[in-house]
Ligand binder design. Structure first.
Ligand code: AMP
Length: 321
């Protein structure tokens, strides 16, 4: 499969690299590092990394505008996105050939080549493997971006991390003499107002009977802390180890786009099946959803509470055996 992807990359002079809406560091780092590697290997090709919202991860680089592209003669590579509706590039059907590289559970097939492995930690891990298994070239800047994507999606090697990933990481850290504190700083530095918003979340989190922790962040609250729905959502990863909570979510209003964005995490109950009911999806223990009213968000919380109740009941049953 890696070789087939390399052959397609070699064949096309114009290549567009897209990823999911609601950009995150794994999606953007995989895009920009693949672009850099293709250009290093084939300097005459035109390669565009596209999508919205990249400014908040500008330490990774900048994105391109999708302009003057003859779609009928171009290759599209979609990274980190299991379904067509979430691809941040509306022209997707116009491309002559399409490749998908993804680590989410399978949702639908929409590309000519699909490299999907939901046991991998991140899209960046799959791109790293692509670079090591084909003639695509690497340099320190490419590997640094991929490392940032890896630490972001694994939450510093906490989730979806196995010995295979540690072996790969050990190899790149040694080969490229990565300055780890510098890379972590790029990803985790944040302004004081975000820390204050985190304090607000801690003070105002409600907990349901069966351990669903949630906080509603209206546009007014977010404005008060000079934050947006995206930065609030990123904080969902900071609430992993709270005794009373099994599943937790940030419910953030994005008034400009008239949606309510929901980020969900779990320490046991499977949540992506519930997220799918609310225009969402994702991984078993890390999902997202989008609703239009706070009432709908409360229904989602209620459904998650029921999932937690069955999880607790099963766990207690197993303990008694
Ligand atoms: P996030 O909370 O934004 O980090 O997302 C966690 C996981 O859920 C990622 O794999 C996302 O791609 C996925 N996800 C987030 N929002 C949605 C959505 N509206 N639909 C489908 N998947 C989503």
């Amino acid at each position: 499969m890696f070789k087939k992807i390399y052959k397609a990359i070699k064949k096309y002079d114009t290549i567009v690299i897209a990823r999911h809406v609601g950009v995150d560091p794994d999606a953007m780092a995989s895009q920009l590092s693949l672009k850099e590697s293709i250009l290093l290997t084939f300097p005459k090709k035109r390669v565009l990394a596209v999508g919205n919202g990249g400014a908040k991860f500008s330490y990774l680089g900048s994105l391109d505008k999708l302009e003057d592209v003859d779609f009928s003669n171009s290759l599209l590579i979609v990274l980190d996105t299991p379904d067509k509706r979430r691809v941040d590039s509306p022209e997707i059907d116009q491309f002559s050939y399409k490749i998908k590289v993804d680590h989410h559970p399978f949702v639908e097939s929409f590309c000519d080549i699909e490299l999907i492995n939901d046991e991998k930690s991140s899209a960046c891990q799959l791109i790293l493997e692509l670079l090591y298994k084909t003639k695509l070239k690497r340099n320190k800047s490419i590997i640094e971006k991929l490392y940032i994507g890896l630490i972001s999606d694994t939450n510093r090697f906490l989730f979806n991390t196995d010995s295979e990933l540690f072996t790969l990481v050990s190899k790149i850290v040694k080969e490229y003499q990565l300055d780890l504190p510098e890379l972590y700083q790029k990803l985790y530095m944040r302004p004081l107002h975000e820390v204050k918003l985190q304090g607000y979340i801690e003070q105002n989190m409600k907990i349901t009977d069966h351990g669903v922790g949630y906080v509603i962040l209206s546009s007014d609250i977010l404005n008060k802390f000079s934050a947006d729905a995206g930065s609030a959502g990123n904080m969902v990863n900071n609430f992993n180890y709270i005794d009373e909570i099994l599943v937790w979510l940030m419910i953030s209003e994005d008034r400009k786009n008239e949606i309510i964005k929901i980020n969900i995490r779990s320490r046991g109950p499977v949540i992506n099946t519930v997220a799918e009911k609310y225009h969402g999806g994702g991984h078993k223990f890390a999902s997202g959803a989008r609703v239009t009213t706070f009432e709908e968000a409360e229904l989602l919380v209620h459904d998650l509470d029921r999932v937690c109740a069955s999880y607790i009941q099963k766990r207690e049953g197993d303990e008694e055996k």
